[in-house]
Design a protein around this ligand. Structure first.
Ligand code: ACM
Length: 751
């Protein structure tokens, strides 16, 4: 043992401190910013400095990964690394004894050597993309921070879908879409190539699909949908559409494969086929163009057509899976079609669903004969699944659960993966299809339904983001809807559930905006809007007020006296109590300046909270919210009617609140939602009546509104009555439903 030298100890410490400083000076972003989060990741001090001459070496099995990495890191190419200790990037093939998981890899970055170890090419590819991502996160692209990473995916199917029928996007964009998928470790591109609004793949045997069915009269889907939905000849000045040639499709397949991504083509059947039946009407039940959306299943020509099309598709796409759609097919035409009815009889089928299943089974038989597997939307369950079909569960998780229980493989694509829904307050967003799916809801999605046991859960292959493009006319809008939500789902698909935590993801995401900007992605920028939430504390009879924002750890300042907040106002850090009616004003501040718009909110701990409500008309069981408690629980509805605070009515609204004692009532206010897209309308008027005994009621004048039912916007209307301290124990609120759609109401505020 040497005697302790206190100076030596100090020297050592200062050396460590200097190293840490060097790491900070380099302004590197550590590997703890990676998305999806790896299984294990340790930041190390120091950086590997890339220069164009840095050699990349890879064994034969990983040569493609090596070439791709060199290209992406802008290195001059693959070389043999020089002396053993020379600076280099080296792929190594693990031996089976290393026990790397399927698709697993190790990435070890030191100042002189980067080692990427994998057993399989997909694993080597993941290692490469982890390194590429780590580079793209760096302010200085030549400095890669040292780290030690071990990683493998949770799910083997990690998909993104793109609908190119409703709007058509160029090959260059498809490649960009695939580039981003690879960056976030998606491995499957589900290409929705055919649908009523346009056929998008060259089929040599059926030229009308490309000359006519690929073009329509309106560029914008919504205008076309509202019109009489006609197709157009290629070359017509106003024709909108196009298709991918087989050569282009092959180019996409190869481009994706090079990045470790499989392309699964979808050819829709038997529904969503208006475009085919307009040009080949003999395949429809009526035999006439523009009459049917479903193929005639009684007609052998249909089977011949579909098999011929699939033959060409199989030639282009090497994927094991071929997606045959199967969603949302109507059965009416089949029920009235002699050929379909004859088919049913001959095949001993009982229902039209079984007729659809008959077609899907024939397609599976055909695909199997070509060595492929069938994938379809969950409707293919309805008349009985083909023996080896895999199901995409999109109408919630029900279909997925059922299919897994039957022993079929499943890809989960429920509402939480529909990136066509609004991601922020719809009143601030470009028109979308509806719904509300903010980043955090995507992130928190758990693909394995709790209802499945461990054995059944093995059938959940993974998860997929769907981008239906009704409201995405441009590539910019596709990117806007996809990112950053697709990054959140990438982590759902890849990362082990015990490593997934939204706040941590949100922190890491901050580093990825630089990457997205560098790749010129038109991602959705987080808004500076502050959402206010007032949570009643019934024991203390106050509201606990909290704020949420899409910004990461914003500086929030607020007032409770109605004045505008300033840089000197109270700093928000945790929920705070307010009583009665309190005017909250708040804003996000940066460098002493408010950002975006001021938030104004009235928190009400009102007199009816906790009081019993008699429902003279019952709510709709589709939207029961908090049932009896909803209207007097003190909790306001948010911007979405699916938040379980909005009580839905298909009938008239009519309730009576019992205030428990006779008392002066100063005001009564009730709020309704208006959102015509999904059929949500205001009542024609609101009438409030008061009673001392619950038998004899005195009405106050009806309150009307001037919101047109045609107004397409989401908005909220408060009907507020100044009841001038009328003495009452019972308050009845009536609101007739004139539109026949839904009415949504959240709370009756009484003072
Ligand atoms: C679907 O969203 N129609 C599968």
């Amino acid at each position: 043992m040497f005697p302790m030298n206190p100076l030596a100890g100090i020297l050592l410490l200062s050396l460590v401190a200097t190293q840490a400083l060097i790491a900070q000076d380099a302004a590197t972003r550590g590997a703890d910013a990676l998305i999806p989060k790896p299984v294990s990741c340790i930041n190390k001090t120091g950086v590997f400095v890339l220069d164009p001459g840095t050699p990349v070496a890879a064994p034969i099995a990983f040569r493609e990964a090596g070439q791709l990495l060199a290209e992406q890191l802008r290195l001059s190419g693959q070389k043999k690394p020089g002396k053993k200790r020379g600076k280099a990037i080296v792929f190594e093939q693990a031996s089976p004894q290393d026990h790397l998981q399927a698709e697993g890899y190790k990435l070890h970055i030191t100042p002189t050597r980067i080692t990427l170890t994998a057993q399989t090419l997909p694993g080597a590819m993941h290692a490469a993309f982890t390194l590429i991502q780590l580079q793209r996160l760096q302010p200085d692209l030549s400095k890669i921070p040292c780290a030690e990473i071990t990683d493998y995916p949770r799910f083997r199917y990690r998909g993104m879908h793109l609908d190119v029928s409703r709007h058509f996007f160029p090959v260059s964009f498809i490649k960009k879409y695939i580039d981003l998928m690879a960056m976030y470790k998606y491995n499957t591109f589900h290409w929705h190539l055919t649908d009523g609004p346009g056929w998008r793949l060259e089929i040599k045997q059926y030229p009308l699909l490309n000359q006519v069915a690929a073009f329509r009269t309106h560029s914008d889907w919504k205008s076309w949908w509202k019109s009489d939905r006609r197709y157009s000849n290629a070359g017509t000045p106003n024709a909108y559409g196009g298709f991918y040639t087989q050569e282009e499709a092959r180019e996409i397949v190869a481009y994706a494969a090079r990045r470790g991504i499989t392309v699964i083509p979808e050819i829709e059947m038997p529904g969503h086929s208006e475009e085919v039946l307009a040009v080949y009407p003999e395949l429809s039940c009526s035999g006439q163009p523009y009459k049917n959306g479903e193929f005639c299943i009684g007609n052998d020509a249909t089977v011949t057509f579909l098999q011929n099309v699939l033959s060409e598709v199989i030639d282009i796409f090497p994927s094991t899976y071929i997606h045959v759609g199967g969603d949302e097919a109507g059965t009416k035409a089949w029920a009235q079609c002699d050929k379909c009815q004859l088919r049913k009889k001959q095949e001993g089928l009982h229902t039209e669903h079984e007729l659809q299943a008959y077609l899907i089974k024939r397609m599976e038989h055909f695909l199997k004969s070509r060595g492929r597997k069938l994938l379809g939307w969950d409707e293919i369950l309805e008349g009985g699944l083909p023996p080896d079909a895999t199901v995409m569960s999109w109408r919630g998780e029900k279909g997925g659960i059922e299919a897994a229980r039957q022993g079929h493989d499943v890809v989960m694509t429920p509402g939480e993966t529909y990136l066509d829904a609004y991601q922020s307050d719809p009143t601030t967003q470009p028109e979308a299809i509806g719904g509300f799916l903010p980043l955090q809801r995507v992130y928190n999605y758990e693909p394995i339904p709790a209802a499945l046991n461990a054995e059944q859960a093995k059938h959940i292959l993974g998860v997929q983001a769907n981008l239906w493009t009704e409201y995405m006319p441009t590539t910019y809008q596709v990117e806007y809807m996809a990112y950053p939500r697709a990054i959140a789902l990438a982590e759902v698909a890849w990362t082990q559930p015990d490593k997934r935590q939204f706040d941590d993801f949100h922190r890491r995401l901050q580093a990825h905006y630089l990457l997205l900007q560098r790749q010129a992605v038109n991602y959705y920028r987080p808004s500076t809007f502050l959402a206010v939430y007032a949570q009643p504390d019934y024991a203390r009879q106050v509201n606990l007020v909290s704020f949420t924002s899409e910004q990461f750890q914003p500086e929030i300042r607020y007032t409770t006296d109605g004045s505008a907040p300033t840089a000197a106002s109270s700093l928000y850090n945790s929920p705070f109590p307010v009583s009665g009616q309190t005017e909250i004003r708040a804003a996000i501040f940066k460098n002493g300046q408010p950002q975006g718009s001021l938030t104004a909110y009235t928190a009400n701990y009102h007199k009816a909270i906790g009081k019993k409500v008699q429902y003279n008309q019952r709510w709709s069981d589709s939207y029961p919210a908090q049932q009896e408690a909803t209207l007097t629980n003190g909790v306001r509805g948010s911007i979405t009617y699916s938040d379980k605070q909005w009580l839905g009515y298909l009938k008239d609204f009519d309730v009576t609140i019992d205030m428990e004692s006779l008392q002066p009532i100063a005001s009564v206010a009730v709020q309704f939602m208006h959102q015509p897209g999904p059929g949500v309308f205001l009542p024609s008027y609101v009438e409030v009546q008061f009673s001392e005994d619950g038998v004899h009621f005195t009405p106050f004048p009806r309150m009307t509104h001037d919101v047109s039912s045609d107004n397409p916007k989401l908005l909220f209307k408060t009907f507020a009555l100044d009841s001038r301290n009328v003495a009452a124990r019972y308050i009845r609120v009536i609101a007739p439903n004139v539109m026949g759609g839904f009415m949504f109401v959240d709370e009756i505020v009484v003072y």
